[in-house]
Design a binder for this molecule. Structure first.
Ligand code: ATP
Length: 265
């Protein structure tokens, strides 16, 4: 992560402007998002929150460069996103993101060497450091099938971070974990974010997870996804002066027909 990115400057790291995403297949058109706009700054933990089918994953794929907007634009440091790149690493929900024939260390080294930015001993040292940072320092020689689902997710996060992306894109990365592991992983991610100040876009449909993980929470309407509002979070489901908890404000906004909070509360 480049330390100067966005910090102290007025230009956003990522600018999503009036993005409409559509899928067309066999004569059928599905609108995933409509006119969605938001900015991301260095160090933001932006959560995309909304009901199933509102286009959260599609937005993440578009930021990743895997899906092109039908209209609108996505710019990273002012440059249009047109393809995937090592500046935007994705972590998915699935546990099978790792190469099964490579060790934990080998998986991370492979990604680093494939990027062409690190080789040999430099790649190995960097990979070992990233693996240690997700508390898997003793598992560098283990193969993916020897790890739990949570451990595999940690390797995927370590691999993503080791690549030093501008933004880490996380698509419900903890959804398939049991409740206790999920909370532990959320804590770990937050600790890593505090240590490294990396920028995250995190997709979830859990209000509680959004409040814990996000510094900003973008609220999307049901299908097709439009921005209903945005709230800020300090990690706690705090009570607002209105007497409502943040989770209640979010819930009402997501499911109300009226526009949600446009100002950060
Ligand atoms: N490859 C695809 N082809 C056609 N339609 C798709 C495709 N992927 C997604 N869609 C449709 O686009 C809409 C948004 O899907 P998307 O997966 O982005 O939503 P989501 O908010 O991430 O949902 P969930 O929380 O259930 O994962 C849905 O109506 C979905 O059916």
């Amino acid at each position: 992560m480049k330390p100067d990115a966005g910090a102290g400057s007025s230009a956003p790291l990522l600018a999503v402007q009036r993005v409409t995403l559509r899928y067309v297949s066999e004569g059928r058109t599905v609108t995933a998002t409509e006119n969605v706009s938001f900015d991301i700054r260095q160090g933001d933990r932006l959560v995309l929150l909304g009901p199933s089918g509102c286009g959260k994953s599609s937005l993440l794929k578009a930021i990743g460069g895997y899906l092109w907007p039908e209209s609108g634009s996505i710019r990273l440091r002012g440059t249009p996103v047109r393809a995937p790149g090592p500046d935007r690493m994705m972590v998915f929900q699935e546990f099978d993101q790792l190469l099964p024939w490579k060790t934990v260390l080998g998986n991370v080294v492979f990604a680093l060497e494939s990027s062409g930015r690190w080789h040999g001993q430099a790649a190995r040292a960097r990979a070992a450091q990233a693996i240690a940072s997700v508390k898997l320092g003793d598992f560098g020689d283990a193969y993916p099938h020897m790890l739990s689902g949570g451990m595999k997710q940690r390797v995927a996060i370590a691999r993503g971070m080791a690549m030093e992306p501008e933004i880490l894109l996380m698509d419900e990365p903890f959804a398939a974990l049991d409740a206790l592991t999920r909370v532990a992983m959320q804590d770990e991610l937050l600790q890593l974010c505090n240590e490294t100040r990396f920028t995250v876009v995190f997709v979830t449909h859990s209000i509680q997870e959004a409040i814990r993980i996000g510094s900003r929470i973008l609220l999307l309407s049901p299908h097709p996804g439009r921005v209903k509002g945005e709230v800020t979070s300090d990690g706690k489901d705090r009570v607002h002066p209105s007497g409502q908890r943040l989770s209640e404000i979010i819930h009402e906004s997501l499911f109300a027909t009226a526009p949600g909070p446009q100002e950060a509360v």
